[in-house]
Write a protein that binds this ligand. Structure first.
Ligand code: HAM
Length: 430
C-alpha cells in the first residue's frame, strides 16, 4: 500500500463501477434529449460571490461548506462549485441566451464539492445529474422537470422512492410568513439553539430545517406557509399537482419541506430513498424565479430544475439489485496461444478482431496456456479463441463459448462475421 490515501470525503471509481455509472449516464443522456434538453458543461470553479448571492448567505452551503481559495494573491476568491444551478444560470446570462430565444432547456452531469462531514452517501466530492428549464414560469414547466427526473428513476427500474412536494409561495407570501414565524418562535428563546436564534433574525424559514429535536418539537406547532399563500400561488401549486396526478406520478405534500438553498419560490420538491439511511435525499429541486435578478440580470428569468445525487442513486440501485442484468458490450474474446512461437500470429488476430469492432484480449506476458485460461475466466470473457500449430496451418480456428463450453471451428472470415452478429444481438437495450 502506498503512503498516500484518497482525500477524506473523496473516492475512486474502479472499472466495474464505471460500467454502472456509464449505464446510468446513458439513460440520462437519452431521456433528457428525448424531452428536449441539451447538455451544458460549465467550469468546476466560479467566483465565490456567485454562490454567495445565488444560494444565499445564510445557507449551510455558503456558511460552512464551500471550498474557496485565492487563485493568485491579488485575485478574487473562487469556489469549487457546490451545486450546478447558479453556474448554469450565470452561463446563460453571460452568453445572452435569452436574446436569442426566450426558453432554454439544459441538462448536465458533473462533479460538485461541499465541505460536509463525510458519511455513507455524503462526500466532499460527489456528482449530480440535473436539468434546468430557463425562461418560463409555469406549472407546466415545473411538472416537466419533475417528470423527467421521475422518468429517469423509472427507466432505471428504481422502486419505493418517495416524492415530497411543497410550495414556498412568492416573495410577498414569504415575507408575511416570515413575520408570522418570528412572532411564533420569539418567545421560545430558551429552547432555540444558537444557530436557530441567528436564523430567527436573518432567515426564520431555515429554522424549519433544524435537526435539533427540541427545535423540531417547536417546529411541529409552527404556523404553515400554506396558510399565508395568496389565491394565485395556491392555484399555481394545484396546477403542478394536477399535472403530476395526470402522469400518474405519486407524491406526498409536505408543508415542512424548505430545502437547503435560498433561491426557491413556489414549488419545491425532494425525492428520498428508504435504502439510504440518514442521508436519504436522492434528488431535489424546484422553481427559482428570483435567481437571475440576484445574479444581476436586468430582466426576470423565471426557471425551474432539479438535481439528483449520482452516488446515492447508484447506492440505491445496487441495494435494489438493478445492476445484475448489466452485461458488457459485445462478445469478449480471449485469444489463447498454445505455442509461444505463435504469439505474434495471435497478436495479429487479436488486432483483426478489434478492427472488426470485437472486444478482444490476449496475454502479453508469455504465460502458460493454463494461466491464459484462468485469465480468460477472471475477466469473464465470453469466448476463447485458440491459436495453435493446427490452426496456423489450416486457417481454421476453434472458438469456445465459455458459458456453454460448446466449441466451433471456423475460418477467420466466418469467425469475424459470427462474432459481429453476436455483438449486435448482445447490445444492451436502453
Ligand atoms: P441539493 O438538494 O443541494 O440541490 O442536491 C441535490 C442532490 O445532490 C441531493 O439530493 C443529494 O442526492 C446530492 N448531494 C448533495 N450533497 C451531497 C453530498 N455531500 N454527497 C453526496 N451527494 C450529495 C441542488 O444542488 C440544487 N442545485 C438542485 C436544483 C437544480 N434546484 C433547481 N435546479
Amino acid at each position: 500500500m502506498s503512503e498516500y490515501q484518497a482525500v477524506k470525503g473523496t473516492r475512486d471509481i474502479f472499472p466495474e463501477e464505471v460500467a454502472q455509472w456509464r449505464y446510468v449516464e446513458e439513460i440520462v443522456h437519452t431521456l433528457s434529449t428525448l424531452c428536449g434538453f441539451s447538455e451544458i458543461r460549465t467550469p468546476v470553479f466560479e467566483y465565490t460571490e456567485l454562490f454567495q448571492r445565488g444560494i444565499g448567505p445564510t445557507t449551510d452551503i455558503v456558511g460552512k461548506e464551500m471550498f474557496s481559495f485565492l487563485p493568485d494573491p491579488k485575485g478574487r476568491s473562487v469556489t469549487l462549485r457546490p451545486e450546478m444551478t447558479a453556474g448554469v444560470m450565470r452561463a446563460a446570462l453571460q452568453k445572452k441566451l435569452f436574446s436569442l430565444a426566450p426558453l432554454h432547456k439544459l441538462y448536465y452531469i458533473g462533479e460538485l464539492f461541499r465541505k460536509e462531514r463525510p458519511q455513507a452517501g455524503r462526500q466532499r466530492q460527489f456528482s449530480q445529474f440535473g436539468a434546468e428549464l430557463l425562461g418560463v414560469s409555469s406549472p407546466a414547466a415545473v411538472a416537466e422537470v419533475i417528470t423527467l427526473m421521475m422518468q429517469v428513476f423509472e427507466s432505471l427500474g428504481l422502486t419505493g422512492l418517495k416524492l415530497r412536494i411543497n410550495t414556498l409561495g412568492d416573495t410577498e407570501d414569504r415575507l408575511r410568513y416570515r413575520e408570522a414565524l418570528q412572532l411564533y418562535f420569539s418567545p421560545f428563546q430558551e429552547i432555540l439553539d444558537d444557530a436557530s436564534k441567528e436564523r430567527l433574525e436573518k432567515n426564520p424559514l431555515r429554522i424549519l430545517d433544524s435537526k435539533n429535536p427540541a427545535v423540531q418539537e417547536l417546529v411541529a406547532g409552527a404556523p404553515r406557509l400554506y396558510d399565508y399563500l395568496k389565491a394565485s400561488s395556491l392555484q399555481d401549486f394545484e396546477k403542478v399537482l394536477f399535472y403530476l396526478a395526470e402522469r400518474e406520478i405519486a407524491y406526498v405534500i409536505d408543508h415542512r419541506l424548505v430545502r437547503g438553498l435560498d433561491y426557491y419560490s413556489h414549488t419545491a420538491f425532494e425525492v428520498s430513498s428508504a435504502e439510504l439511511g440518514a442521508q436519504d435525499a436522492i434528488g431535489g429541486g424546484g422553481r427559482y424565479d428570483g435567481l437571475a435578478r440576484e445574479l444581476g440580470s436586468s430582466a426576470d428569468v423565471p426557471a425551474s430544475g432539479f438535481a439528483v445525487g449520482m452516488e446515492r442513486l447508484l447506492i440505491t440501485m445496487e441495494k435494489q439489485g438493478l445492476f445484475a442484468a448489466l452485461h458488457p458490450h459485445g462478445p469478449h474474446v480471449y485469444v489463447v496461444v498454445q505455442q509461444q512461437e505463435l504469439a505474434d500470429h495471435a497478436l495479429q488476430i487479436t488486432w483483426q478482431l478489434r478492427k472488426a469492432g470485437i472486444k478482444s484480449e490476449m496475454d502479453l506476458a508469455g504465460r502458460s496456456m493454463k494461466a491464459q485460461m484462468r485469465d480468460a475466466n477472471r475477466i469473464r470473457a465470453s469466448y476463447v479463441l485458440f491459436v495453435g500449430t493446427m490452426e496456423y496451418s489450416t486457417g481454421l480456428y476453434s472458438l469456445k463459448n465459455l458459458a456453454t463450453s460448446r466449441q466451433t471451428t471456423l475460418s477467420l472470415e466466418a469467425l469475424l462475421q459470427f462474432l459481429q452478429e453476436v455483438a449486435v444481438k448482445e447490445q444492451p437495450a436502453l
